[in-house]
Design a protein around this ligand. Structure first.
Ligand code: PRP
Length: 189
């Protein structure tokens, strides 16, 4: 089993790859507090359903919900497009369906990252037959320069460069989701 090796300046080394800190736990949590406050204000009396897109969104959804102070519910989709690769395969597979009834409900799709926008496009397609009262999308991370599909993202935690990131739910070959900071692959190897 690989060990996460801590190097200087908070860097971590995974095999031959060096990852450097991009967003610290403190910066992430402060932004999530702001988003939670904003959504709490905007959804008063609406009892929204937060729909997390597994696996990556589990940490963000958990921390976001701690900052929502109105009645709300949660459910999850499980999608997979990236497999164990750093780049999307271009195909999305639905691995777990929703269990809730979204008709006449306000739903908020919760993503850890929007990269090409393919996953959100796929999710929008899935809701074409159902009739939620409203549907919005929140993502912790957004790569504006990677977007290939015409999707609307309503709440964005951070815009980041089009580089490979791990930690805080985001994986590299399914590992490192448990890191509390977000790290970016260093180009200086
Ligand atoms: C990641 C991430 C998003 C999607 C974003 O999921 O969690 O769902 O990719 O990329 P896109 O905008 O190009 O669609 P992934 O398929 O890696 O699965 P995971 O959440 O289990 O890591």
């Amino acid at each position: 089993m690989d060990q996460i090796k801590k190097a200087d300046k908070g860097e971590i080394k995974i095999g031959n790859d060096v990852f450097v800190p991009l967003l610290t736990e403190e910066v992430i949590q402060n932004r999530i507090k702001e988003l939670g406050k904003q959504i709490t204000e905007e959804y008063k009396g609406k009892a929204p359903i937060f729909i997390g897109v597994l696996n990556g969104s589990f940490m963000f959804l958990s921390d976001l919900l701690k900052n929502i102070t109105i009645d709300c519910e949660i459910d999850f989709f499980k999608l997979s497009s990236y497999g164990d690769e750093k780049l999307s395969s271009g195909n999305v597979t639905l691995l777990k369906e929703l269990n809730c009834d979204v008709n006449d409900r306000h739903i908020i799709i919760v993503e850890d990252i929007v990269d090409s926008g393919l996953s959100i496009k796929f999710i929008e397609g899935m809701f074409q037959k159902s009739k939620p009262s409203s549907m919005k999308v929140i993502t912790l991370l957004f790569k504006p320069n990677s977007l290939k599909y015409n999707v609307k993202i309503d709440y964005i935690g951070f815009e980041i460069p089009s580089k490979f990131v791990i930690g805080y739910g985001l994986d590299y070959a399914q590992k490192y989701r448990n890191l509390t900071n977000i790290y970016v692959l260093s180009e200086e190897q």
